[in-house]
Design a protein around this ligand. Structure first.
Ligand SMILES: [Fe+2]
Length: 274
């Protein structure tokens, strides 16, 4: 990898637990099963991420494979927080199979897994008609059998929890998952795509008025309650997210939040929980 960021979370464990946070790989591939529009879009997006990543010497999927090799070598459990593929193309899905089939990891989706254009489906209904978002999500869940929503794994006495906020708000499933995990009374490390410090997760200023938004008042109320639960539950020791493609840290927040840069630039975060 080009850069392995390191973060230590002290919670008084007898034996440390290592987690490798992988996010925003933004695989950009097309193949013979994609139409010309998708091929052109993929080419445009590939150039975008080459530029944003500072023209890294390797492809995003090569960094993703390196990340899994690093996790195995270091005895770290991989957690992926979305935008692993940039668009829902046949080429991206093929590479996703090649990189992740048979691997053990936690996953929660990002904004991009469900996209076939340059815009997020639920943000821009003008670009994506009808039930495109729901249909794509269901199709991906059938093709890739890992959990796409909210999931958890207890390792070494720590509860690693992924929460779905892939479309810019915490879902009802994420809220209920968090409430259920709290019942375990274990220290928790949370993972999500959009950082919980993002204002739109708490209360957007444009609900119901902006014609480009499909979010309902109820959805944002659930999201606001989820953020409130994260901020007031002492069992939540830290949160990790992606989405912003940069290394941002909010160590003084309760709980502290860390934003990990994109794997497309050869960057991952090794978390040691002690
Ligand atoms: Fe991203």
């Amino acid at each position: 990898m080009v850069d392995v960021l390191k973060t230590v979370i002290e919670i008084g464990l007898e034996k440390p637990v290592k987690v490798l946070h992988i996010t925003d790989t933004h695989i950009t591939e097309s193949n013979e099963n994609d139409d010309q529009r998708m091929k052109d879009l993929i080419e445009m997006r590939r150039r975008t991420f080459e530029k944003e990543g500072g023209h890294p010497p390797k492809k995003p999927q090569e960094y993703l494979t390196e990340a899994f090799d690093l996790a195995e070598a270091e005895g770290a459990f991989p957690v992926l927080t979305g935008d692993i593929m940039d668009l829902d193309s046949a080429g991206c899905r093929k590479v996703l199979h090649e990189c992740l089939d048979g691997k053990d990891f936690l996953f929660t989706a990002g904004t991009h897994e469900f996209q076939r254009s340059s815009c997020t489906p639920r943000c821009c209904p003008l670009e994506e008609e009808g039930t495109y978002y729901e249909d794509t999500r269901e199709a991906l869940k059938k093709e890739f059998l890992w959990n796409w929503d909210s999931d958890s794994r207890v390792i070494g006495g720590v509860d690693l929890v992924t929460l779905d906020d892939s479309q810019g708000f915490f879902t009802l499933g994420a809220y209920e998952k968090l409430k259920n995990e709290i019942e375990k009374s274990l220290p928790m490390i949370l993972f999500m795509h959009v950082p919980p410090v993002c204002d739109t997760l708490k209360w957007p200023p444009y609900v119901g008025e902006n014609k480009y938004m499909r979010f309902s008042q109820e959805e944002f109320e659930i999201s606001r309650k989820t953020v409130g639960l994260i901020n007031t539950t002492p069992l939540v020791k830290a949160t990790f997210a992606g989405h912003w493609h940069c290394d941002s840290r909010y160590p003084d927040d309760q709980p502290p939040t860390f934003v990990t840069p994109g794997t497309f630039a050869g960057k991952v975060r090794m978390i040691e929980i002690r």
